[in-house]
Design a binder for this molecule. Sequence first.
Ligand SMILES: C[S@@+](CC[C@H](N)C(=O)[O-])C[C@H]1O[C@@H](n2cnc3c(N)ncnc32)[C@H](O)[C@@H]1O
Length: 294
Amino acid sequence: MLINQPLLFQIQTKRVFPKPFLKWAGGKTQLLDQLTELFPKNISRYCEPFMGSAAVFWHIFSLREKEKIDFSLARLTDANAELVNAYCVVRDDVKALIEILLAHRKNHNKEYYYKIRALRLNGLSNIERAARFIYLNKTCFNGLYRVNRSGQFNVPMGSYKDPAIFDEDELMTASQALQNVELEVSDFRDTLQWAQAGDFIYLDPPYVPVSKTSSFTSYTEKPFGEREQKELFSLFCELDNLGCKVMLSNSWVDSMLELYKGFTCIEVKAPRAINSNSEKRGKISELVVINYAP
Ligand SMILES: C[S@@+](CC[C@H](N)C(=O)[O-])C[C@H]1O[C@@H](n2cnc3c(N)ncnc32)[C@H](O)[C@@H]1O
């Protein structure tokens, strides 16, 4: 009971756990309770080759802090180089990053947004690139990430009154949590080079579109189409043969159910926008495939 403790002591004893500091399409925060039920009991190392906002990693890290799960090493990778650079800077240079983010927050307005968006990456340091990435992520339309053919970010500004660009404590907590984490820009096909028996690997690729109007399949210059989904299935099978515990998320569509029919396919319910009208929100089915008994 903390009731009779001085306030300062109560504040000091409150444990803070990391959580996503980015808005990311397909982020898994809303599904964590359902996914946790399906995590394997024993993990030697954890690997997430489509890290995005890393919602699952932050959660699994917090479970380890609470001594509910254990793993010795974590490796987070993604093909989006700007995203991975932001995590590296949060891990290695968080104070310098916060200094630049404070300036972005102070100067934020329409003109400033487009000025920062227009900056060429090759003229910036890694810390400036990370601050630009986080600033644009939190102020652009819906936190979308889209680049043109020459790799230049081209999402318009969102219409937020007072966007929360960052939270200093949240970034410091994330930085602590990332201290011994391996981070790398990498294509999912390279996962096999690192994987070994006993690893828990969570695969959360760009989803197969459920309809012609929900066609957001890319977070990088390269699209993620049918060919990539089939290559990912081959990777799933190879990791299975190697003795890894593999969990994969995707859309609940016939083509995916057919592809993964040799493994355990589970339906989870995600609160997502079901069509372009964001007013019409509901729960939609999503697929989780696992190759082990949870
Ligand atoms: C559905 S999101 C992952 C969301 C993440 N689990 C979260 O909670 O935010 C898919 C991710 O795959 C990455 N990606 C796209 N193509 C890739 C590829 N060929 N190899 C590795 N990552 C890729 C994207 O940059 C994106 O971050």
